[in-house]
Design a protein around this ligand. Structure first.
Ligand SMILES: *[C@@H]1O[C@H](CO)[C@@H](O)[C@H](O)[C@H]1NC(C)=O
Ligand SMILES: *[C@@H]1O[C@H](CO)[C@@H](O)[C@H](O)[C@H]1NC(C)=O
Ligand SMILES: *[C@@H]1O[C@H](CO)[C@@H](O)[C@H](O)[C@H]1NC(C)=O
Length: 799
């Protein structure tokens, strides 16, 4: 009751105007007194009852009820001013009290006053901002206003922001009376220091006590590209071997960027403007790989300028120093600077034939080169100066041994494995006339049949010259000499080109059995070289001479008779037919036959020796005068023969013979000449005896001289063969006549043992006439022939 007293006073003040006003605070409890309406209107309680007083509120809710018993207005429904009026002031409820009997209307106004029953409210609990760290100081950020439903002093009064490190609050009064709340950046943000911030904005009203509301402000500092990338090193170092495969990784570089997100994303690039960027590649992770070719010989070092760039364009740079290591990938290169194609074979040692230069671009031992030439050739290689070599001869050359060389020069470096290359220098050795012609044989022997046609080619000598071309062109020249006093050129000639030896004239074996001369072979060099060879020509015998009967001597008036005593036994040697044949050998091998005889049964002729012997006892009945015809034949083909008549007287006394032989047809002549013939026979026998003695002496003398000569000349002198009896030389061509000669001697000297005096007639000729005059006169020839067979003749008569 007491609390309503003041309002009563206020109501009284209004009643004078026919209406009553009350003022009550909102939120009064139900049943609370609003005002003593009966009293204030001056109505008694009875009238209220009789008049059926009631409140009319129209459409509005009934917050207030009328208590007729007490005549007061009470709170029926709690009243919320904010709900009822919002911000409208003053806020009042308008009631009418209606009375019946009589009808009366009273107006009542109940003013509702505010109490601080609402706090300031933000619409949302939190607020989020994303602010770039690059935001400038002074930047404004609009904040949400808080709302307080209360009015007046209970309404919102102030804001408070905490903490206040970076931001300040600023309030702007607006035309509608509300306030705009702004947050202003006072200090720059740095995402790298503080990325998230949390602030609280508090709104406070003016109530007693004040109420407040808060909102959480979350600030995320957005990154700005305010940091450049930074490489971990100012200089990187890497090593790569040359010829590494494309894709080989070299090194990984890195740069860090403290920015976030794309601002912190670093990309790398190679900044070189030269060709380095074609050789190396850097990927997004900073891995440097090889994409081109690395050649130590082209470049030993590379400098790669690298840059790291973030998305905002900030960058850092660094460099990679790349050292290239060498591998042995280059073969030594050989260049022939000069070279001879040919050198003469007499070039002295150390003649330079080629100069080469060698280059290996590899380094160290990979580029150290050693050169050599193939073995077993007369050349060597010398290093003259660094990388230069000369190839020189190191021993004597001989074109005839080796006319061409392929000199293989090999140069190898010292790498592991070693690489090498080689060149072949072909060199010809040119000829020098250093070889004389050489005959096929050390001496030649040939034979030719006598009676040859002049100009006959006998045989050929041949000499070869190891030299080349003109130096090897051989000409044959007959050396001047004489044979038995005649120049050899009158016997033979030599064809200069072919070496064919021709007979210049017809040879006669009976005159000359062999002869010797020298042929010179001379090459075409300058000066020419020559050699000579001895040629011996032997003349073969032909059966061109018939046997000649020496005994019995045949003359026109021959009446010489051999006397056979009647007492002669069987086998009595009557006489011997002696014949010679100037031919030799078979051609001089004589046989004797009885061709005709007075009495064939009485005599026989020795086939070989020509001895005429009796074959039976001589009787008285046998005629005194016997006549035999003996034919002498040689053994040639065809054979030649001679016949001889032998008269034989079978008598005991010379007168008997004489008487008988006077009966011969030429008796007169016989008588005249008989004495003469006897004397002659005696003389001849005596003469021949003396000659034989002389001959034996001269032969002895001759042999002694020959021995002397032999000792003087030593072994070089051709040995003149000595043929003992029954010995046949089978030593080769030209020896046949020795046998024949021997046979002649045997035939003519069958009974004697001094056959060793018989010598080849040819020897006699040569030895007697080798120092003779140039031309053979007829008499000389005669003598020659005589000498030839003097021995035989002599031996025969020696018997
Ligand atoms: C900052 O806040 C964001 C989101 O609110 C979160 O993802 C991030 O992890 C926070 N950073 C730090 C450093 O706490
Ligand atoms: C040198 O080489 C050439 C060509 O390959 C060849 O014809 C010749 O026979 C060779 N000479 C020697 C002596 O090897
Ligand atoms: C023949 O050759 C020999 C050496 O074989 C030599 O001694 C002689 O002088 C030469 N004779 C001539 C005429 O050249």
């Amino acid at each position: 009751e007491k609390t309503n007293h003041g309002y009563t006073l206020f109501s009284i003040l209004l009643s004078a105007l026919g209406q009553v006003s009350y003022s009550i605070p909102e939120e009064m409890a139900k049943g609370s007194l609003v005002g003593t309406i009966a009293q204030d209107l001056g109505l008694d309680l009875k009238r209220l009852k009789s008049g059926k007083a009631r409140i009319h509120t129209g459409d509005s809710a009934e917050y207030i009820e009328l208590n007729k018993e007490r005549g007061v207005l009470l709170i029926k429904e709690r009243i919320d001013r904010e709900a009822l009026c919002g911000q409208t002031t003053p806020c009042a409820l308008h009631l009418q009290i209606i009375l019946d009997n009589p009808m009366e209307l009273f107006r009542i106004t109940v003013e509702i006053t505010d109490i601080n029953d609402n706090s300031p409210i933000f619409k949302r609990d939190e607020r989020r901002f994303e602010i770039s760290e690059s935001a400038v100081v002074g930047s404004k950020f609009m904040l949400e206003k808080a709302i307080d439903a209360d009015i007046g002093a209970n309404d919102l009064q102030s804001y408070l922001l905490q903490p206040t490190d970076h931001f300040d609050l600023k309030l702007h009064s607006q035309s509608d009376g509300s306030k705009k709340v702004e947050m202003i950046l006072q200090k720059p943000l740095d995402r790298e220091k503080q990325e998230n911030m949390s602030l609280i904005l508090t709104a406070v009203d003016g109530g007693e006590p004040p109420k407040s509301g808060t909102v959480q402000i979350h600030i995320t500092v957005l990154d700005a590209n305010d940091n450049a990338p930074v490489f971990t090193k100012p200089i990187y170092r890497a090593i790569i071997t040359e010829n590494s495969q494309s894709g080989t990784s070299l090194i990984t570089v890195s740069a860090s960027d403290s920015d976030k997100g794309s601002n912190g994303e670093v990309s790398y690039l190679i900044a070189n403007s030269d060709g380095v960027s074609d050789i190396f590649h850097i990927d997004e992770n900073g891995l440097v790989t090889l994409v081109g070719k690395i050649d130590f010989e082209t470049s030993k070092h590379y400098q790669i300028d690298i840059e790291a760039v973030d998305n905002g364009g900030l960058s850092d740079s660094s460099k990679i120093m790349v050292d290239v290591t060498d591998i042995n990938d280059n073969t030594p290169g050989i260049t022939v600077m000069s070279k001879s194609n040919a050198i003469p074979e007499d070039s002295p040692q150390s003649t330079v034939i080629a100069m080469i230069s060698v280059n290996d671009p590899d380094s160290d031992s990979n580029g150290q080169v050693q050169c050599s030439v193939n073995e077993n050739i007369p050349f060597t290689i010398k290093s003259t100066s660094n990388g230069f070599y000369s190839i020189v001869t190191d021993s004597d050359l001989d074109r005839e041994l080796e006319s061409e060389y392929n000199i293989s020069v090999t140069c190898a470096d010292e790498g592991v494995p070693s690489l090498s290359s080689s060149v072949i220098l072909s060199l010809k050795i040119s000829d020098v006339n250093d070889n004389a012609p050489v005959f096929d044989k050390s001496s030649y022997e040939a034979s030719v049949q006598e009676n040859n046609t002049p100009g006959l080619s006998i045989f050929r000598v041949r000499a070869r010259d190891a030299d080349f071309n003109q130096n090897a062109r051989v000409s044959y020249i007959l050396e001047d000499s004489s044979v038995n006093g005649v120049p050899v050129s009158s016997l033979v000639s030599v064809s200069a080109d072919s070496g064919v030896i021709h007979a210049v004239r017809s040879f006669d074996y009976e005159q000359i059995k062999d002869f010797q001369f020298r042929v010179k072979a001379q090459d075409g060099g300058n000066p020419p070289l020559s050699s000579n060879v001895s040629v011996k020509i032997m003349i073969r015998d032909q059966n061109d001479n018939a046997p000649q009967v020496l005994y019995p001597v045949q003359s026109g008036a021959s009446v010489v008779a051999e006397i056979v005593p009647r007492s002669a036994d069987v086998g009595y040697l009557v006489t011997k037919v002696v014949a010679v044949d100037v031919d030799s050998g078979q051609n001089a091998w004589l046989s004797y036959k009885l061709q005709k005889a007075t009495d064939r049964a009485l005599f026989e002729v020795g086939l070989q020796n020509g001895e005429i012997r009796t074959v039976r006892q001589v009787t008285d009945k046998d005629a005194v005068k016997q006549r035999l015809t003996v034919v002498v034949e040689d053994n040639g083909q065809p054979s030649r023969s001679a016949t001889v008549n032998v008269n034989v007287a079978v008598a005991d006394s010379f007168p008997e013979v004489l008487s008988e032989f006077t009966d011969f047809p030429h008796d007169k002549d016989y008588n005249d000449n008989l004495t003469f013939y006897l004397v002659l026979a005696l003389a001849v026998v005596s003469f021949l005896f003396i000659v034989s003695i002389i001959a034996i002496l001269s032969v002895k003398c001759y042999r002694w001289r020959r021995e002397q000569m032999f000792y003087k000349s030593g072994a070089n002198l051709p040995v003149i063969p000595y043929y003992p009896p029954l010995y046949a030389d089978v030593g080769g061509t030209g020896t046949l006549q020795h046998v024949y000669n021997y046979e002649v001697c045997r035939t003519t000297d069958s009974r004697k043992s001094d056959l060793k005096y018989g010598r080849p007639c040819s020897e006699s000729i040569i030895s007697l006439d080798s120092s003779g005059t140039q031309t053979l006169t007829h008499s000389q020839r005669e003598r020659l022939n005589f000498d030839d067979c003097k021995d035989q003749v002599r031996i025969f008569f020696y018997r």
